[in-house]
Design a protein around this ligand. Structure first.
Ligand code: PEP
Length: 248
């Protein structure tokens, strides 16, 4: 049985005062029936991990370099993230793919680094609006899925997040049928590559404008094992009801 996962991506938001939101979630969710992951900016990982040290909440990062160390000014490696208290790292978010020209091949290299450092890789996939309107969604997802996951990927070391680019931060969401279609498709592709049994272990998250108001219906959709939440993860008063909806 897959354990559900509510993951929050703070993106480039938050300073020390925002740690109060982590503290609030620690207090509100001391014995959750789902997994909870918060990915603040790298500057807050150590402090956030300290706050969560005696709680079931995991702290994660939003990116890592593919190398373990070296001359890469400004970058942070997977072992560094693990050392600072992270247990997971988001990889291949569409904002990284678009703003930093990250390819699926690079995402796979980063996933290898994450796995080697003992981090769970949260690998993001998603189509643009033009690709959706051009009926290319499943082709895009198939290509990204195949190329972004390295050999050695398992449901224990990797979570897949389906995030249509046009739904991120826009208030738009696909229909439940569209979400279900893509999640079913991802599961079937994982079965083809890793085997039916192993594919059942992967948690498949939906991401893109998840809010307290729409969380329950999204979580009731086929093969949706949780959510990757951006804007609504910044405030505990928004993220907490999403976690509760997943627990229901
Ligand atoms: C995201 O960026 O991963 C995301 C899903 O953002 P939002 O929830 O704000 O659409």
């Amino acid at each position: 049985m897959r354990r559900k996962l509510a993951a929050g991506n703070w993106k480039m938001n938050g300073t020390a005062s925002s740690l109060a939101e982590v503290q609030a979630l620690v207090s509100l969710h001391c014995a959750p029936s789902v997994d909870i992951l918060i990915c603040p900016p790298a500057t807050l990982i150590a402090q956030a991990a300290g706050l969560c040290a005696n709680s079931p909440i995991m702290i994660g990062a939003q990116d890592c370099h593919a190398a373990a160390s070296g001359a890469h000014t400004g970058d942070i490696s997977a072992p560094m993230l693990a050392d600072t208290g992270a247990g997971a790292v988001i990889l291949g978010h569409s904002e990284r793919r678009e703003n930093h020209n990250e390819t699926s091949d690079l995402v796979a290299q980063k996933a290898v680094a994450a796995h080697a450092a003992g981090l769970i890789a949260v690998v993001c996939l998603g189509e643009s609006l033009a690709q959706r309107e051009g009926a290319q969604t499943l082709d895009v997802i198939a290509e990204q899925l195949a190329a972004s996951l390295p050999d050695g990927t398992t449901g224990a070391n990797t979570v897949i997040a389906y995030e249509p680019i046009w739904a991120i931060g826009t208030g738009l969401t696909p229909s439940l049928a569209q979400i279900g279609e893509v999640h079913d498709f991802i599961r079937s592709r994982l079965s083809e590559r890793f085997g039916v049994q192993a594919a059942e272990d992967f948690r498949l998250l939906y991401g893109g404008s998840v809010k307290p108001e729409n969380a329950a219906e999204i979580f009731a959709t086929s093969n949706v094992d949780g959510a990757l939440v951006g804007g609504a993860s910044l405030k505990s008063e928004d993220f907490s009801p999403i976690i509760r909806a997943l627990e229901a």
